[in-house]
Design a protein around this ligand. Structure first.
Ligand SMILES: C[S@@+](CC[C@H](N)C(=O)[O-])C[C@H]1O[C@@H](n2cnc3c(N)ncnc32)[C@H](O)[C@@H]1O
Length: 215
């Protein structure tokens, strides 16, 4: 007999991803990522171009991917196995809940959200990933700022000018973020969608943020 309170966490038919499986996958992630200098997450990892190239370029960093489409997840993990990469893995997950379920709090040096679906029509904006609730989870997942470490960084990219403005509005509304330099110490490959937009010469909005120092 299923209690009403459990309904939210059950893999109902038609639900795209049983995110509760990710809570179990967290143990697997912790084991795989153990011993690496830095941990980065690519949310919406697609076919894994950015993740696998990042892993090759930066062997001291572990890259965890979350992607909603299982066919893309298995393709990326197969590619990773073919290349013999030990410093990356992708899990299937959907929405901000999957970030919360898979990633422990204070775990990430960097969270990449590159070209999330823009949902250009006003009536679909509620489906956009980057909103106040997502940012609250993101802030919790990044390494906290301390006297010793500078804290985790959120890197957002979009080709949609309206979405870029909305992202910045949500960041300002939530508060506690400060912009930091886009360039950092790691080699950053181009993402799948970035390749497409760069070829079309489309403008790309990019912003990197860390949690602000308390006054
Ligand atoms: C526009 S593509 C961008 C892919 C990649 N980040 C890049 O820059 O090339 C968005 C990707 O995010 C995935 N996605 C979209 N919404 C998602 C969600 N709510 N949860 C998890 N994945 C999602 C899609 O399946 C797709 O692979």
């Amino acid at each position: 007999m299923v209690r009403l309170s459990e309904l939210d966490t059950l893999p109902l038919p038609g639900r795209r991803v049983p995110n509760q499986e990710l809570i179990l996958a967290r143990e697997e992630l912790l084991a795989k990522a153990s011993g690496f200098e830095r941990i980065e997450c690519d949310f919406g990892a697609a076919k894994g171009k950015f993740l696998s190239e990042s892993a090759v370029l930066n062997p001291a960093v572990f890259f965890v991917g979350i992607e909603g489409l299982s066919v893309r997840v298995s393709r990326t993990n197969k590619k990773k196995a073919r290349l013999g990469l030990k410093n990356g893995a992708v899990w299937r997950g959907w929405g901000k809940e999957s970030l919360d379920a898979l990633i422990p709090d204070g775990f990430l040096d960097t969270l990449h959200v590159s070209f999330p679906d823009p949902w250009p029509k006003h009536r679909h904006w509620f489906r956009r990933l980057v909103n106040r609730e997502f940012l609250e989870i993101a802030a919790r997942k990044l390494k906290p700022l301390s006297e010793r470490i500078s804290g985790g960084v959120l890197r957002l990219m979009t080709d949609h000018p309206g979405y870029f403005i909305a992202m910045k509005d949500h960041l300002a509304e939530q508060g506690g973020w400060e912009e930091t330099s886009w360039e950092d110490e790691l080699e950053r490959p181009i993402t799948e969608f970035e390749t497409i937009f760069l070829a079309k010469d489309d403008p790309i909005g990019r912003i990197a943020l860390k949690r602000a120092k308390r006054p």
